[in-house]
Design a protein around this ligand. Structure first.
Ligand SMILES: [Zn+2]
Length: 294
């Protein structure tokens, strides 16, 4: 029998507050691990296998633990190929068009836009057509190539390795990506580095503070091993605050939290320097086809 040590699974501290005291919330029939990049693809149908989910005793955040180490997770995302996603792109155009419309209603600034986790570039297409100067960032070599082939400027990798000048974007977007990061607060903080004062971060992530999630428990389909962290409106706001963002707008639906926020300027701030909009993700998790800023 394979042990969790052989799978390199290890207990992780709370990704929000760093606390190490946790209470197991639910476990599937085994310590499921991410055995290949297909399990982290956007169109993965890996529902129902999520390993173990714990709740932080200190802040209440729910997250997957034990899990793979950060480097293993990142390498899996780098190797993702997802031809099914390309076939579904027309439906995703409609979803991202709605997301952009909401962004433009809530965000008063215009300028260079960075889509963090741009995948094959569907949102880049939509935003570029609307006149936004867009740049993408994507760890999957295959997806980044697909986005580049559409004519977009795309950096293959993560915010850690991004070559962009600091404070060079007016808006950063993170569509249903936060729940996939090993270090979500760190990613939000790194995103802050690239957004200018007065700029905005707009993101969506799944909302687990819903009746459906509580009633379905293990059968809630978006408990999946690729989802490392499960946010509520409260915990996503806390994560943004820890990362240096000031909430500008936070809305949620049964499926999705949406918010925008901006970074505070520090002691000398007379007005918010940058803001974040957060929204909750729809019940389809990362799939943009059903997510929206609400
Ligand atoms: Zn915590």
């Amino acid at each position: 029998m394979t042990t969790r040590d052989e799978l390199r699974l290890h207990d992780v501290p709370c990704p929000l507050c760093g606390g190490s005291r946790v209470t197991p919330v639910m476990r599937d029939e085994g310590f499921h691990w991410i055995s290949g990049p297909g399990l982290v693809a956007c169109t993965s149908l890996d529902h129902g296998a999520f390993g173990q989910i714990v709740a932080c005793d200190q802040c209440g955040l729910r997250f997957r633990s034990p899990r793979e180490d950060d480097a293993t997770i990142l390498s899996l995302y780098a190797d993702v190929e997802d031809e099914v996603y390309l076939e579904n792109e027309p439906a995703r155009v409609a979803t991202f068009s709605r997301a952009l419309s909401r962004l433009e209603r809530h965000v008063p600034v215009r300028g260079p836009l960075l889509d963090v986790g741009c995948y094959t570039g569907v949102f880049l297409d939509v935003a570029a057509r609307a006149g936004w100067p867009v740049t993408g960032l994507e760890p999957s070599r295959w997806a980044a190539q697909a986005a580049s082939a559409k004519g977009h400027r795309v950096h293959t990798g993560t915010l850690d390795t991004a070559p962009f000048p600091r404070r060079s974007f007016a808006v950063a977007t993170m569509w249903d990506a936060l729940e996939h990061y090993a270090d979500p607060v760190g990613e939000l903080r790194r995103a802050r580095d690239f957004v200018r004062d007065g700029g905005y971060l707009v993101l969506t992530t799944m909302n687990i503070d819903t009746l459906a999630v509580r009633m379905l428990r293990k059968r809630w389909p978006w408990y999946m091993r690729m989802h490392l962290t499960y946010f509520t409106p409260e915990t996503v706001e806390a994560a943004l605050g820890r990362a240096g963002w000031r909430m500008a707008m936070l809305t949620w639906s049964p499926g999705t939290i949406s918010c925008s926020s901006s970074p505070p300027t520090g002691v000398e701030e007379a007005q918010p320097a940058a803001r974040a909009c957060v929204g909750s993700a729809s019940p389809t998790g990362r799939s943009p086809s059903t997510s929206a800023i609400s």
